[in-house]
Design a protein around this ligand. Sequence first.
Ligand code: AP5
Length: 225
Amino acid sequence: MIRIVLLGPPGSGKGTQASALGRRRSIPHIASGDLLRANVREGTELGRRARPYMDRGELVPDELILDMMSERLSQPDAQEGYVLDGFPRTVAQAEALDARLREIGRELDAVVYLRVPEEEIQRRLAGRRTCAACYAVYHVDTMPSEKEDVCDKCSGDLIRRDDEAPEVIHTRLEVYEEQTRPLLDFYRRQELLREIDGTIGVDNVVREIERLVGAAHAAAQEQKA
Ligand code: AP5
């Protein structure tokens, strides 16, 4: 079983690739953004506190995220592996994840950085549609649903997310540069970082992640032997 983190700017394809990888590997795809949006939709205390940050395109404070992720990662389906999408997103979150893994005597297998140029990100976010019920992700040009605005998987409504207004996207990209990009060096120092061209098509990106993670896993096993 594998533990992977997908890193990359908004719209780089973390959710799309994480979902495909989770299905192929039979491990949960755990997306902090989806968990937060579910809390907002259900009107929980966490959702109420997180929403103003999300609407502005800023990060939700670490303490709220760490409680939410700690609860999710302790569920039975996450004990043997997972693919994380959107978490960690600050150095403090990455340190907390490391501490948790140390406690249970486990390690990450790899941190995969999806490299996508900004013009492509703008194009992707402008055409993205998300299922309001199951969070499946589509694109009006490159990954359209069979029936317009209807999810292929659960027949839910396909919508634009609240944080897709141009000014909010601008803030999210700035926040990524300031607060999340430093994680590339954090994981490079741990020799966990693997970089992938995120523009090569969904199936190719997933295959490339599988190849890199498989190689990292094999190298780690060899080192232990
Ligand atoms: P979150 O939901 O995590 O959003 P994000 O990181 O900004 O990323 P996105 O979901 O927008 O994009 P993605 O990289 O998943 O791309 P996708 O697969 O959709 O976070 C939202 C908010 O929640 C944050 O702003 C913050 O407020 C809060 N938050 C969440 N986690 C937090 C944390 N840990 N700490 C603090 N706050 C947190 O793909 C985009 C489009 O591209 C789609 O249309 C897709 O079809 C298309 N596409 C994908 N891959 C390809 C490909 N290979 N080729 C062609 N098209 C592709």
